[in-house]
Design a protein. Structure first.
Length: 323
């Protein structure tokens, strides 16, 4: 085996061992921190210097995306005015392998004076940071990977794993589900799939509708004059309740059925009565599946009282790239 491959595998194994070690150390203090964050009136403020600071930023981002308000505080900037970002009711999550990072230690007195809870992620409770913290989530003694064993590697991987565990257990404790997650990730695949028909449907002037009794010819004018020309229209009564649906396909069948069709007749005579419809609360992915199953391109959207509220067009779903 190539020596470089062997070394890479050894380094990955060393980092994996560090994560397992941290996992084995998780105990009552971890549960206490979870409970505090779940009931926290303020935000989780993460901080750390250097590589630990980068991990702190990622942990903060994970908290924020899973339903817990969080910001990252650079410790060096904090002592030059950014402490104003932190207030009573917040919880400081401070990351330092050694627990002796000077920039972090200088924050302790002013933050404790404000009544900010301090949770340290560090090697041990006997460190200076550990002694100042209200709770310590211990990493234990961790040797960094590589021949020199100097570059933060195994320790930052362990910090990241512990921070992720903390954020995700808090998420589960808050019953933060897929719909909540989608609200914070509207540009992601899950966010698109969990969008609802009410967010996608065509409304207002883009939602063609005619009253019962309207002639076929006037109905055609409405369909062609609608922005986007969806090729369909809903037929409603005087209370906006859905009575029928008429599409380009219905028009083609009408033209094929008679040599000289009478376009002055009421749309009621040729519309599809009691058409398929969909609720605005239906998920986009479910709606796309329904359109495909029924082999239709459009569907009226109605509320719980069967009142027309919009038009769903398959193209709007395809544009989301969820199917």
């Amino acid at each position: 085996m190539d020596a470089r491959i062997a070394r890479a595998r050894a380094i990955v194994q060393q980092e994996a061992d560090a994560v397992r070690q941290v996992g084995d150390r998780i105990g009552d203090d971890f549960a206490t921190v979870v409970a505090q964050i779940v009931d926290l009136p303020g935000r989780v403020v993460t901080t750390g210097m250097g590589k630990a600071g980068l991990i702190a930023q990622k942990i903060s981002a994970t908290f924020a995306s899973t339903g817990t308000q969080s910001i990252y505080l650079h410790p060096a900037e904090a002592i030059h005015g950014d402490l104003g970002r932190v207030s009573a009711g917040d919880l400081l999550l401070a990351l330092s392998k050694s627990g002796e990072t000077d920039e972090l230690l200088r924050l302790m007195a002013p933050l404790k004076a404000q009544g900010v809870q301090v949770v340290a992620i560090t090697q041990g409770k006997e460190s200076s940071l550990g002694k100042h913290a209200d709770i310590v989530l211990e990493l234990g003694s961790i040797e960094e990977a590589g021949d020199l064993g100097l570059a933060p590697s195994a320790s930052t991987t362990a910090m990241l794993a512990l921070g992720d565990a903390l954020a995700l257990v808090v998420q589960e404790s808050k019953n933060f589900g897929p719909e909540d997650f989608a609200r914070f990730h509207p540009g992601g695949d899950l966010g698109r799939r969990l969008m609802k028909v009410g967010e996608l449907m065509r409304q207002g002037e883009r939602n063609p509708r005619v009253d019962a009794g309207t002639s076929v010819l006037q109905t055609l004018h409405t369909m062609t004059g609608t922005p986007g020309r969806p090729g369909a229209t809903s037929i409603v009564d005087g209370h906006s309740k859905l009575l029928g649906f008429f599409t380009d396909g219905d028009l083609r069948r009408l033209l094929e059925s008679e040599s000289r069709p009478d376009l002055s007749i009421a749309i009621d005579t040729v519309m599809t009565r009691s058409p398929l419809s969909i609720s605005p609360e239906t998920y986009a992915s479910e709606a796309l599946g329904l359109l495909r199953q029924k082999r239709v391109d459009q569907m009226p959207v109605v509320d719980e009282d069967n009142r027309l509220v919009g038009l769903l067009d398959v193209q709007d779903l395809l544009d989301l790239k969820i199917g």
